[in-house]
Design a protein around this ligand. Sequence first.
Ligand SMILES: O=C(O)CCC(=O)C(=O)O
Ligand SMILES: [Fe+2]
Length: 254
Amino acid sequence: MKLLTRMMSLRRCRADASRSRVTAMNDPQEYYLKGYAVRAFRSDHTLEALNRRLCEVQSGALRPGFVWEVKYKNTRDLRPSVFEYDDVFVDILIRNDIPSLLRRVTGLDLTLAHIQLRQTFPGKSYMDWHRDTHFHNGKVTGNLPPVHKLIFYPRAGTPSRPKLAVIPGSHRRMFNNRWRDLAAVVTDGTRATISSSDDGYILFDTSLQHAVIPETDPGGSLRVIWEFCRDFQLETFGRNHSLPDSYRARAARG
Ligand SMILES: O=C(O)CCC(=O)C(=O)O
Ligand SMILES: [Fe+2]
């Protein structure tokens, strides 16, 4: 009995030690290992303004000159551009020191390449498990190096629901074969999900395996997707030429 108690307490000590190693990690170490970070926007007037705009959009009202365009089935994207729709889509990044967060966790001076405002509707997931950047049979698909995305799933008056699933650390285990890569989704049971909320966001390395959870609300739901890349990658984005410059100027001013 004494031996059993001692063994149990030893196990507990080991578990505590490994937990403390995990909790002792700083932001860049955690981002390197997990490939993502979940944070919340400051609760202030900028976040209020953003949520107000998104509620309007969710209720069907678009400002003149802006339209929805369908790219993927069961989804639609705001056009011609999100940053021209309202300054708040860049303001929120500045107010929340996202340029410093990006510098801290990636060690890079990334710029804002694109903002997407997408609404998804019920049906099959428009993007089940995938990596935006992958290497299959020696062929690179997506941006190289992988870019980083920050996604906000606003509740915009709808109930909170799980929106995106990710496999922590999967960006560090890539297979050159599509099927082996997908098999890892089945064999790796570790998942993290991000749900819609009034303030939570996920920042991730887009080579992370992630899946859009199918939409269930008849009225659909919104996501704002900010994409950050290195300067030389800007040309792959084509559109929104003034966005990177205006983001840089805003980031420098703080
Ligand atoms: O629409 C979403 O929820 C995320 C889509 C996605 O996979 C991505 O932007 O990389
Ligand atoms: Fe993706």
